[in-house]
Design a protein. Structure first.
Length: 288
């Protein structure tokens, strides 16, 4: 096989097992096809977008103008969740017809990438303000999983790039307090079997399937953590830590299981991360 083609396929292959096992579990547990079919359609659509963007020179993650516009748009989308009626005081979604999107799972990778680029190009002030604003929005939604997944890598990123002890102490203090309080005051939303409880559904199929499911989830952060782009290693590892945290957070809390459970948002967000990863890792290659 052409090595350049293989480079493009590997990230998709990493995402396939968790999607496939989740769909199988939903099918076996008699979840309507209209539900798990959305995951398949979204996955195929994102594969197509990924292929086009990675194959040709479409790069939305460079240029100072693009940085500011996309960062502002991403934060605005987070704020728009408060216009949605929400559920029991929880505002995490924007509804488009029958589809409800968890916006944080889509835009947080974009925000982390942008903040990382700002911080590393000596625009630490703007990056810190964006990070603080995002943490406060997530705290207000509230969403302990996404807040923790965002706050910890951002503490690492900003603290490692600033020489100001005051800024470092402020960021660590504010982010830590918000994270702890979000877990102390968890929302009371009940779990949905094919979203938050998808791992239990897989376990109902058989123990071997459960083991494969756990492995398929565990490999999702690996490219970002173990094989980061040379020119963006810190940002890549921050994204990897984000995915690792939101996966672990599903154990103590009722939070969506990314990629495996029903939900378009985690699929979109993960592919956004993969697109950035591939464009950064192979910045000088065009795979025609």
């Amino acid at each position: 096989m052409n090595p350049l083609l293989l480079q493009r396929l590997i990230p998709i292959m990493i995402a396939v097992p968790s999607i496939a096992i989740g769909v199988l579990a939903m099918y076996q547990n008699h979840v309507p096809a209209l539900v798990w079919g959305q995951n398949i359609v979204c996955f195929l659509a994102m594969c197509l977008i990924y292929w086009i963007v990675v194959t040709y020179k479409f790069d939305f993650f460079s240029g100072s103008k693009h940085k500011t516009i996309l960062l502002s748009l991403a934060i605005c989308l987070l704020l728009l969740t408060f216009l949605n009626p929400g559920m029991e005081g929880v505002h995490r979604w924007i509804s488009i017809g029958i589809i409800r999107l968890n916006i944080a799972m889509i835009v947080l990778p974009i925000i982390m990438i942008r903040i990382g680029q700002l911080v590393q190009t000596k625009e630490l002030g703007l990056g810190s303000i964006a990070a603080i604003g995002t943490v406060l929005v997530l705290f207000s939604q509230p969403d302990a999983s996404q807040l923790t997944g965002f706050a910890i890598p951002m503490m690492i990123l900003i603290s490692s790039q600033t020489k100001s002890k005051r800024l470092r102490l402020f960021i660590i203090s504010v982010f830590s307090v918000c994270t702890i309080l979000s877990w102390v005051h968890l929302d009371s939303l009940p779990p949905v079997n094919h979203v938050e409880g998808i791992v239990s559904m897989v376990a109902d199929i058989g123990f071997l399937w459960l083991i494969m499911a756990m492995v398929s989830l565990a490999i999702l952060p690996i490219p970002f953590l173990l094989f980061p782009p040379e020119n963006a290693g810190l940002i890549s590892r921050c994204i990897g830590v984000y995915y690792l945290i939101i996966l672990v957070a599903t154990v103590p809390g009722n939070f969506p299981v990314p990629m495996m459970g029903y939900g378009l948002s985690p699929i979109i967000g993960y592919f956004i991360s993969l697109i950035w990863y591939m464009r950064s890792r192979y910045a000088n290659q065009v795979y025609r």
